[in-house]
Ligand binder design. Structure first.
Ligand code: NI
Length: 210
């Protein structure tokens, strides 16, 4: 029988709650994927080292969280490049995944990602964990919408999101889920640079192979 897996993804950090989140994930032996913003990563490289040392994956979430689909190709490349350099300096490895801010992907973003060896990652479970959202509501949305192969969107810069994590881990584990990084959802099939992945179970439903 195949293992039921979900990928928890945390965007926009590292931030003030990221250390606590790492404690929670370590206690639960759960792994996650962090899409870090370059400016924040540059400020807290120690947290990136900790993520990496504890088995989490670090992805590229641009340099300063602008909508890349509205930028010229050179700016898109520069935004990914600067963040890549920061991550490599911190953990000795370059990210192979990118999540464009707001999930905004266009042809230029795809082209740059392909050139830079970055697979693009969206999500298919939005917990709507904006600042001020209640932890109980965030957890409820995550648990109710989860399915095998789900990519769950959360933000480690929001207190409520991190407060929701113990319940998310407990409830989903109770349903038999294992928490893996995004590439682990795809296993030996791997992930291709320039392609957009939104779910591990429905991986090609929207996007043609390009
Ligand atoms: Ni973001």
């Amino acid at each position: 029988k195949r293992t039921k897996c979900v990928a928890l993804t945390f965007d926009d950090g590292p931030g003030p709650y990221t250390g606590r989140l790492l404690d929670l994930l370590a206690d639960a032996k759960a792994r996650a994927t962090f899409f870090t913003v370059g400016t924040s990563a540059a400020a807290q490289p120690g947290l990136l080292r900790r993520m990496s040392a504890e088995g989490h994956l670090i992805g590229n979430h641009s340099w300063s969280h602008r909508d890349l689909s509205k930028q010229p190709t050179s700016r898109i490349a520069d935004s990914f490049e600067r963040t890549k350099d920061i991550v490599r300096a911190a953990i000795g490895q370059e990210p192979t995944l990118a999540r464009p801010p707001y999930g905004a992907v266009d042809e230029d973003v795809r082209d740059v990602a392909r050139e830079m060896g970055l697979a693009l990652v969206g999500w298919d479970v939005n917990t709507r964990d904006q600042p001020g959202a209640k932890a109980s509501e965030i957890a409820k949305r995550a648990v109710e919408k989860a399915h095998p192969g789900a990519i769950i969107l959360l933000h480690d810069i929001n207190r409520g999101s991190v407060d929701a994590v113990p319940d998310i881990l407990k409830e989903l584990r109770g349903k038999g889920y294992t928490f893996v990084t995004v590439p682990e959802l795809y296993g030996s099939a791997g992930m291709r640079a320039g392609r957009l992945y939104e779910s591990g179970s429905l991986q090609s439903r929207k996007q043609p192979l390009t």
